[in-house]
Design a protein around this ligand. Structure first.
Ligand code: NAP
Ligand code: F7E
Length: 345
């Protein structure tokens, strides 16, 4: 993939900004790439080698690099591979780096703690060290998470102390704190976006919201008869992913690097999400949902609700899509995906 880039980079409009995204194939990476391409950035995405296609979320953005006007370049890489990170950043010298790569599943982080810490925490350290070593002037965005708050009493803000409850959350705390250290010690423009849960039709199918909306669609299409879930009592502050990646970009345009909570300020339980999603298509969830202990976590985060007043004041950011609309957007997309013509208004 890289050789194409070298050839075309020389022709770049010098005023055009260059962004580098780790995790470009993920939910947020794909929306962020779309946003930056709309803003005329030259976008470089790091893609992991996989034996099956892992680029489905960005396939619609990809153009043959031999053609003119191509602004998206993909490079094989991995945040656990320092050498490649070093080479890529040295060659691309981006204006903005968005570090979204992660083993991002909280439940899975209990099964794969070492790998999770390696990608989430040490992966972040690798990028920061390369910026420092190469003396890059790149701005850096870190995908921090509301999971870092863990047991802390809601509403959680930038001033709430972290009380992580999983290997994933502990790794995100370390990464977030390293960002602060590198900002203060070396003057690197590094932001920590503390994003609460954000969802979309592109959400991975094993996360709660998508598992439910796809499950409802499959049940209605008679492709599935039961939906197995874990803890129904946990509460989350669920927002809409495209609005959250816009907040990432807004942080990176400010004069001063800082940390921001991005949330809706509303919280709903898993059972409320389930009841609404089934109810919207006229089904009683109690007939279809079964509890399976396998989906419980050894330690749970019970109640997340974000206070985004700092982002509202300093960035001028606020969410538009709230809970019910989010469920409808995801459900409509999954109804279509399974081949049903039903549309929820
Ligand atoms: P996601 O859909 O799981 O995407 C994760 C991305 O990271 C994918 O592109 C994945 O590649 C890539 N990745 C995983 N391991 C990697 C490695 N070792 N090297 C390079 N790339 C690797 O996650 P998301 O929901 O878009 O979230 C984006 C970031 O925000 C993550 O850091 C997540 O922890 C954080 N976050 C998410 C939320 C949320 O609610 N979505 C909230 C707060 C923070 P493959 O496609 O090949 O798997
Ligand atoms: O779980 C409960 C589960 O896996 C939400 C990641 O993007 O957001 C995400 O982490 C809740 C939890 O997201 C099932 O126990 C019940 O209480 O969708 P989730 P998460 O753990 O909140 C944060 C902000 C991130 O940073 C992460 O990267 O739903 N739950 N039954 C279930 N969860 C799943 N996945 N599957 C179930 O069957």
């Amino acid at each position: 993939m890289r050789q194409f880039y070298r050839k075309f980079h020389m022709k770049r409009d010098k005023k055009q900004k260059i962004a580098f995204i780790t995790g470009v194939t993920g939910q947020d990476g794909s929306y962020l790439a779309e946003l930056l391409l709309r803003k005329n950035y030259e976008v470089h995405g790091m893609v992991r080698r996989s034996s099956t296609f892992n680029t489905t979320r960005i396939d619609h953005l990809y153009k043959d690099p031999h053609k003119k006007g191509v602004n998206l370049f993909l490079h094989y890489g991995d945040v656990t591979d320092s050498n490649t990170v070093y080479k890529l950043l040295g060659e691309i010298r981006p204006d903005e780096i968005y570090n979204l790569a992660a083993q991002s599943h909280v439940r899975v982080s209990f099964d794969l703690p070492e790998y999770t810490v390696n990608t989430v925490a040490i992966g972040t350290l690798r990028l920061l060290e390369v910026i420092r070593d190469l003396k890059l002037e790149s701005r850096f965005y870190q995908a921090s998470s509301s999971e870092m708050f863990g047991d802390a009493k809601p509403p959680q803000s930038e001033w709430t102390p972290f009380q992580p409850r999983s290997p994933y959350a502990a790794a995100k705390v370390l990464a977030h704190q390293l960002v602060g250290v590198y900002r203060d010690a070396y003057g690197i423009f590094a932001c920590g976006g503390i994003l609460f849960n954000h969802e979309s039709p592109r959400r991975g199918e094993t996360f709660l919201t998508r598992k439910v909306t796809l499950g409802v669609a499959n049940i209605l299409a008679k492709k599935q008869d039961k939906l197995y879930l874990g803890n129904m009592d946990a509460k989350r502050d669920w927002g809409f992913a495209p609005e959250y990646v816009r907040a990432m970009w807004m942080m990176m345009q400010k004069k001063k690097a800082d940390d921001f909570v991005i949330a809706t300020g509303e919280s709903h339980s898993v059972s409320e999400f389930v009841e609404l999603a089934f109810g919207l298509v006229g089904l009683n969830w109690k007939r279809f949902v079964k509890i399976d202990q396998k989906y419980f976590r050894p330690t749970e985060v019970d109640f997340l609700q974000g206070d985004f007043s700092k982002a509202k004041k300093i960035l001028g950011w606020k969410p538009k899509v709230k809970f019910e609309e989010l469920v409808k957007i995801m459900l409509n997309s999954d109804l279509k995906k399974v081949g049903l013509s039903l549309k929820i208004n």
